[in-house]
Design a protein around this ligand. Sequence first.
Ligand code: FEO
Length: 406
Amino acid sequence: MTAELAKGIHWVGYVDWGVRDFHGYVTHRGATYNSYLIQDEKTALIDTVKGPYAANLLKHITDLTDLAKIDYVVCNHGEPDHSSALPAVMAALPQATLLCSKKALDSLGAYYDTSSWKMQVVGTGDSVSLGKRTLAFLETPMVHWPDSMMTYVPEEKILFSMDGFGQHVASNGRFDDENSLATILEEARIYYANIVTPYSGKVAETLQAAAGLDIGMIAPSHGVIWRSHIADILKAYRNWSQVKPKKKVLVVFDSMWGSTAKMAEAIVEGASTVPGVEVKLIAIRTSDFTEIATEMLESAAIAFGSSTLNRDMLPMAAAVLTYARGLRFPDRATFAFGSYGWGVGGPEALDKGLKECKWEVIREPLKSKFKPTDKVLDECREAGHQLANRAAAISAGAGYEPLMID
Ligand code: FEO
């Protein structure tokens, strides 16, 4: 089923209700791949969908118009979740010209045989008239790939924002006001943490560039279209892209025989003695990368624990650390903790990894030989208290803007 954004502008994408693994990202609520059809004196298709759903996209288009009437296909980004239907689409629309950034020539050319496609490079400042409406292009490199761009239709005040402002959520409501605002903001937060975080500097630049546009609707390539809660999603993006963490401590750990778990609980107790600081405990074994990264996004401080195995940290702790390091959450206060027994090395390896994240390590690794004694647990409480004070100071300096989901 299609949905109308404005007269002659329709959503024609695909709702992927069943997907739960999006290259490792756990999509608890499914996903959508959004495509949009603009019918004017000329007709344009904005983005496509994942390859297996090309027929669904073409069916949605033929419900609205003749395929032979499509003049342009805009590819805002070459990642396969949006472009892998292109071979089928371009074969069905041989008359159409594909509009993309210069960088997208590389990504599309690497993935597909583009030799028979009519392609035209566009960039910031370029526009294409459809008649009454205009496609104006804004390159947004690294939001999410170097080839990324957004397409703006000034006459309708619609920004087709590609991955920016997206969320992985399957729903029959195409618009923000047809969904729970709490759910879609939470999904936008999960999406930002797991996909967009490393490019926050570029997002901040994009927000600045977009500030000059009169925006009445933001139509991303995943999830719902923002039309009633634009201020909410823009505020959230300011927090996340400008590194404004909350007064929040995350304690994340993996434990072999419960000693590191006991230390984690004592750190939570100590952190909880600082008024106004939110504290969250996550056991890696019963969580997933997606949830942990989401909690890291808004935590000003992170205590990270692991027992010792083979003179190193536990493998699942190492995997979480690798994921966090890649996401490059900036300016977090932290320390390592954990137990050891006959051999040493877990908390020390973690401490080294936290320094590689370029986080502010506030103390030496907090260690327990076998089961933590009362003295060690008191030290954990004290360290938790110190970390929470640091979280409060970092957040106060950053100027976090509260969201309606807080
Ligand atoms: Fe949704 Fe970067 O692709």
